[in-house]
Design a protein around this ligand. Structure first.
Ligand code: SAM
Length: 519
């Protein structure tokens, strides 16, 4: 959380907000009727044993390290199959879905009872973004919109003080993974009938659009994109965590009386993880000494737009404050800026893609081959630039697709032995400041090296472009197809953005090569 200088939104953002500002009726479809019988509280013993065996197999499969070079997709079918079998057994434990819109009245009352002023806003459903906040009066850029006191937040600190505290102090994973702690905290409170946070938890979505909710066919829509691997890795990690915590909750005496223990279904865990992934925020600890992770009720009803951070922590009030990113007229949706994330990050962690994302970028994995006779020399030079010999870089949207780190890596990657030895290694190595020349696009070390860099990038981007199974135009028409699913549209939108970045990079690298020839 942090507030930066305010900036004006562009026309296209404003027109998008105008489009988003048409409120829709809260939908009550797919909500079960009150007459649905309650699910059984427990599974029969034999079924429970079968569940335990499946979870043990899941833990084993997900804990095997992926063989180097093997694609994430290889063990995905086995993991997915086990998860589906577990979900089938546990389907008897899943309660009927609630009508979310019914929860907003009690939620707002709870906020008001705890000192939150909600006069300027209303919770309403908006097309394509779920529920959000609507302005009930004209608001000016910079006006204070919300002030949410710490006592209403679910945080890692409140988890430690809750019934979950003893388990956290015994488990190493919970101690080092605050997001997992927060997920278990939310789930434990959801399973606690008289939880202080009940009105807030009831107001949360029933399910999410993160790839954890996608089927195997839907993951195929990401074919060609590096995000497909990220989504599958995420599924694998969450399946492993689920299996680990299932066992921990069954076996650890500190979990004996926790309400979450008998409600720890895969469905519940992916819900809790997705709740945290899509809504979490960094909050300063009460004493200001460090940051802690938390969920901020109501503030987390705001949807995202391009812009700047406009939320801050008021240490005197011990509350999160949110200010208006721009003028909002009465009836308009109030939007905030979530941060400079790529569409791939938004898709995997937030379950949406933002077509006009100013910060979009494409992940590019690069590495010096261990078989390269110059591996040691190149690694030494990269080390001086604080760059690992194998890592992810980014190609950016906009006028400058290549940043300093990627440029320096490529220059070393393509550098001839004599140049590496003479200018950048051993005794001839320059100081850190002079090494920075390798990151500077306006200077270069050697024209041959520079030609190789831009040729390599041109070829690599062209190859990546060929990996997509359909054309950009086909994906563009999918986005507008009335019968395409939300997941299909999201994946197509992502791939459109990625290919625009690749096409721009190819064009940029081509021009660089031309300029070199002429100079
Ligand atoms: C912090 S919540 C915001 C409130 C949420 N819409 C709800 O109904 O609870 C973040 C989620 O809202 C949705 N969202 C936010 N901004 C969006 C945008 N610009 N486009 C599409 N979905 C968006 C995504 O599902 C995201 O995971």
């Amino acid at each position: 959380m942090g507030r930066k200088n305010k900036g004006k939104n562009t026309k296209s953002q404003q027109s998008q907000q105008n489009q988003q500002s048409q409120p829709a009726q809260a939908s009550s479809s797919n909500v079960s009727s009150g007459s649905t019988p309650s699910p059984p509280a427990e599974l029969p013993k034999t079924v429970k044993r079968e569940e335990g065996e499946l979870v043990a197999s899941l833990l084993e499969v997900c804990s095997k390290p992926l063989e180097s070079g093997s694609r994430e997709l290889e063990d995905y079918p086995q993991i997915h199959g086990l998860v589906e079998s577990i979900k089938k057994i546990q389907s008897a434990l899943i309660p009927p879905e609630k009508n979310r819109a019914d929860s907003f009245g009690p939620f707002l009352q709870w906020l008001n009872d705890n000192g939150v002023n909600t006069e300027s806003i209303e919770i309403t459903e908006f097309p394509g973004v779920g529920f959000g906040l609507k302005a009930l009066k004209d608001l000016k850029e910079g006006d204070k919109l919300l002030q949410i006191p710490r006592k209403l937040m679910l945080t890692v600190d409140s988890a430690k003080k809750s019934a979950l505290g003893p388990l956290i102090s015994e488990d190493k994973i919970l101690q080092v993974m605050p997001n997992v702690t927060l997920a278990l905290h939310v789930l434990n409170e959801k399973c606690t009938p008289n939880s202080f946070w009940k009105p807030y938890i009831d107001s949360l979505p029933n399910k999410y659009s993160t790839p954890l909710y996608w089927g195997s066919e839907e993951l195929q829509f990401l074919k060609g994109s590096p995000v497909q691997g990220d989504a599958i890795n995420q599924y694998r990690n969450i399946a492993r965590q689920y299996a680990y915590f299932y066992r921990l909750l069954q076996k650890n005496p500190a979990a004996k009386d926790l309400p979450v223990k008998d409600n720890f279904t895969f469905e519940n865990y992916r819900w809790a993880v997705s709740t945290v992934m899509t809504r979490q925020n960094q909050i300063p600890a009460r004493d200001g000494s460090r940051a802690t992770l938390g969920l901020i009720p109501l503030w987390d009803m705001c949807n995202h737009t391009n812009g700047i951070y406009t939320s801050d922590y008021n240490a005197d009030e011990d509350a999160c404050e949110c200010f208006c990113l721009q003028d909002f007229y009465s009836g308009q949706q109030i939007l905030i800026f979530y941060g400079p994330r790529s569409n791939g990050e938004f898709l995997v962690h937030n379950g949406f893609v933002y077509a006009d994302n100013e910060h979009d970028r494409l992940c590019l994995k690069l590495g010096i081959s261990k078989g390269d006779p110059l591996f040691a020399l190149k690694s030494e030079v990269l080390g001086k630039l604080n760059l690992a010999p194998s890592r992810s870089f980014y190609l950016h949207r906009g006028r400058f697709p290549v940043d300093g780190d990627l440029l320096a890596f490529l220059r070393v990657f393509c550098m001839a032995e004599d140049l590496l030895k003479e200018k950048f290694s051993g005794d001839s190595a320059p100081g850190p400041e002079e090494m920075e020349i390798l990151k500077d696009e306006n200077q270069y070390v050697d024209p041959d090296n520079e030609e190789k860099v831009w040729s390599f990038l041109h070829t690599r981007a062209s190859l990546l472009l060929k990996a997509y199974p359909c054309s950009i135009e086909e994906d563009e028409s999918t986005v507008d197809l009335p019968d395409a699913s939300d997941v299909q549209k999201m994946a197509s939108q992502l791939r459109i953005g990625e290919r625009r970045i690749l096409l721009n990079t190819i064009d940029y690298a081509g021009k660089k090569k031309e300029n070199l020839k002429q100079s």
